[in-house]
Write a protein that binds this ligand. Structure first.
Ligand code: ZN
Length: 215
């Protein structure tokens, strides 16, 4: 899991989702009440599997030479309250954060959004770093929602997945559709997709599409 999480941080850089040391990926260790997360303040080109840190589900450091990411409490809260989640990603990616800064959900106006998010990408509450409030906002918004991504108001994006890789994919797709819908807005008012069609697209993509390998 240290290697998986380390390698996925390179995907954040490759997909232009992060600047400087902002952003982080974590992965639950299967069968354990533990997860692996990025260390705080270490630059992306210095990340190695050994530099990753292991925390318990209260966010306490269990193993590692560095302090865990400053977002560790939010990740831990998600793992505690959403047992199906195996990976969490946080970024301040540009277009998605621009929507978050306006407290505006990204409307479902693209079939790719219906596929991946099953509707709009919702906005979570404003919350300050330092306690459980970011985690609470993520869980309250995503529980009962099909979207694996939430735009935290005035902040950035958190995504979840069954695996860390699935959460990274959601972060990449979130930024992609945030950019496209923003550009569409410059041209006029994007057209919503009917709810029944959103449901059909989501069901097909989630259950039929692809090679049936774990996503
Ligand atoms: Zn942040």
């Amino acid at each position: 899991m240290r290697k998986i999480v380390c390698d996925l941080h390179a995907e954040l850089v490759r997909n232009h989702l992060v600047a400087w040391t902002a952003g982080n990926v974590s992965g639950r260790i299967p069968g354990e009440d533990l997860f692996v997360i990025k260390p705080s303040g270490v630059s992306y080109d210095e990340l190695t599997p050994e530099a990753m840190v292991v925390c318990d589900l209260d966010g306490n450091l269990v193993e590692g030479e560095h302090a865990p990411s400053s977002d560790t409490a939010a990740h831990a809260y998600v793992y505690r309250h959403m047992p199906q989640v195996g990976g969490v990603v946080h970024t301040h990616s540009t277009y998605a954060s621009a929507w978050a800064a306006r407290d505006e959900a990204i409307p479902c106006v693209l079939t790719a959004m219906a596929d991946e998010f099953g509707g709009e990408i919702p906005v979570g509450p404003f919350a300050l770093i330092g306690d459980d409030s970011i985690g609470q906002g993520i869980v309250a918004t995503l529980k009962g929602h099909r979207s694996p991504a939430v735009l935290m108001r005035n902040h950035g994006v958190f995504t979840i997945g069954a695996t860390p890789r699935a959460a990274v994919k959601a972060a990449v797709m979130c930024e992609d559709v945030a950019r496209t819908v923003h550009i569409s807005r410059q041209l006029g008012e994007p057209l919503p997709i009917a709810r029944a069609d959103v449901d059909r697209l989501y069901d097909r993509y989630q259950n039929v599409y692809g090679q049936r390998s774990p996503r």
